[in-house]
Design a protein around this ligand. Structure first.
Ligand code: NAD
Length: 417
């Protein structure tokens, strides 16, 4: 049997190729959109607390900027690679186009294990990486945000570093900042709120009653933990949760507030009272109605796709499903709300944060959430209509919509010079 494609960039390109075929894109347009526009690799020293100096490698990739400045998160992880960052940058281009906000796609990452760094080391690494990529980033060119293992404090250090070099505050250079320095109300919860809106809309389409739905969530960080709380508020029963150390399961339902407290106190979910331990791979095939991968790429593969029990998968993480698993799940009639739609709430409120920072005029939380809801609902409806009209699934519906928008912008602008 052929080896399964799990290189995220190859996955991203294969998804694009399928959309390009269906759209009948010209050879020139395919060639332009298949490749990232700019790729920056930085190797930089960081002084450790014990006086030693260690070298780190980081990346910033801009895939496309024809619809607006590049936008995309920064990830700190021992798994980061140039191909992963390329894939995530390309997915950002499509994501911004699906929700129709005026950004192109970018992503950044540093190869490191942030859990092994002290707070002071993490600050020095963040500031030095921000300095290294400062030739790319700026409020009009490329605006980073948080992603795996990065948070508002790290965004604050990066914004401060960029501002120090300019000599004045530039809040719009980065989003996902704390409120005190130009962050937006609702940003911390935004990705999960978007997940909640699309889950609700998909449930309506599938005739599923939230009150009768059992939900399993992989990943209990920013996206996974807030999604657990918001889906619980929607009326769903959360039966399984996990973090990098393992999962917990209770068929009768997990007390989400208790899980949030427990995880904060113990640094992990393992040992949560009234729950049984499951591994991360067991978690994905637990009996449930809705499955939310909210951790990382390549979790649903040809090895486990046939055993997934959920009827509805909401891709809160980026790239959680391999193309082979996608085919298996589609053949089995499982509905998948794709990442470029499902987790677009984060970049949408990042867009609001950027607009507020540029205007120095801030909105109330209910305004943010109302605008987010209308954008997510409209995008979900457009994707669904496209998929029905083209007799395809939601992922391809989202790609057809997004790639056509980016191709149109690229075509109208023309090839320079
Ligand atoms: P995070 O660092 O806050 O949380 C990640 C969670 O995943 C943690 O609970 C961690 O323990 C868990 N995890 C890590 N490796 C794992 C593994 N091998 N198996 C199981 N669990 C594992 O990150 P986040 O910001 O919540 O991002 C999660 C996903 O959502 C990523 O794919 C990210 O790209 C995507 N995303 C995030 C945002 C955002 O606004 N933060 C927006 C859009 C998409």
């Amino acid at each position: 049997m052929a080896i399964e494609i799990v290189n995220p960039y190859e996955v991203a390109v294969s998804q694009f190729d399928e959309a390009a075929d269906r759209l009948g894109l010209s050879q020139a347009m395919r060639a332009i959109l298949r490749k990232p526009k700019r790729e920056l690799i930085v190797n930089f020293p960081v002084r450790m607390d014990n006086g030693d100096v260690e070298m780190y490698t980081g990346y910033r990739v801009q895939h496309n900027i024809n619809r607006g400045p590049a936008k995309g998160g920064i990830r700190f992880s021992p798994e980061v690679s140039l191909d992963e960052v390329r894939a995530l940058a390309m997915w950002m281009t499509w994501k911004c186009a699906v929700v129709n906000i005026p950004f192109g796609g970018a992503k950044g990452g540093v190869l490191c294990d942030p859990h092994k760094l002290s707070r002071a080391e993490l600050e020095r690494l963040s500031r030095r990486y921000a300095t290294e990529i400062s030739i790319f980033i700026g409020p009009n060119s490329d605006i980073p945000a948080p992603d795996m293992n990065t948070n508002p404090q790290i965004m604050a250090w990066m914004m401060d570093t960029f501002s120090m070099h300019q000599g004045y505050s530039v809040p719009a250079v980065i989003t996902g900042k704390p409120l005190a320095i130009g962050g937006s109300e609702g940003r911390l919860e935004a990705t999960a709120r978007g997940v909640q809106y699309v889950t609700r809309d998909a449930m309506i389409d599938l005739g599923m009653n939230p009150e009768e739905c059992r939900v399993v969530i992989q990943g209990f960080g920013n996206v996974g933990s807030v999604s657990a709380r918001l889906l619980h508020e929607l009326g769903c029963k959360i039966v399984g949760l996990s973090d990098i150390q393992g999962g917990v399961y209770n068929a009768q339902g997990i007390d989400v507030h208790q899980a949030l407290h427990y995880s904060k106190e113990h640094g992990a979910l393992t040992g949560l009272p009234s729950s049984e331990h499951v591994t991360n791979s067991e978690l994905l095939t637990l009996p449930c109605d809705v499955l939310l991968p909210a951790a990382l790429e390549n979790q649903l593969t040809r090895r486990n796709a046939a055993q997934v029990k959920a009827r509805l998968i909401i891709e809160a993480a980026n790239g959680p499903t391999t193309p082979e698993a996608d085919v298996i799940l589609n053949d089995r009639g499982v509905t998948i709300v794709p990442d470029i739609l499902a987790n677009a709430g984060g970049v949408t409120v990042s867009y609001f944060e950027w607009v507020q920072d540029l205007q120095r005029f801030f909105w109330a939380e209910h305004e943010i959430n109302n605008r987010l809801e209308s954008i997510m609902t409209r995008a979900y409806k457009a994707v669904r209509e496209k998929s029905v009209q083209q007799e395809t699934n939601l992922r391809m519906g989202a790609y057809l919509l997004a790639v056509a928008r980016v191709a149109e912008a690229t075509e109208i602008r023309g090839v320079y010079p």
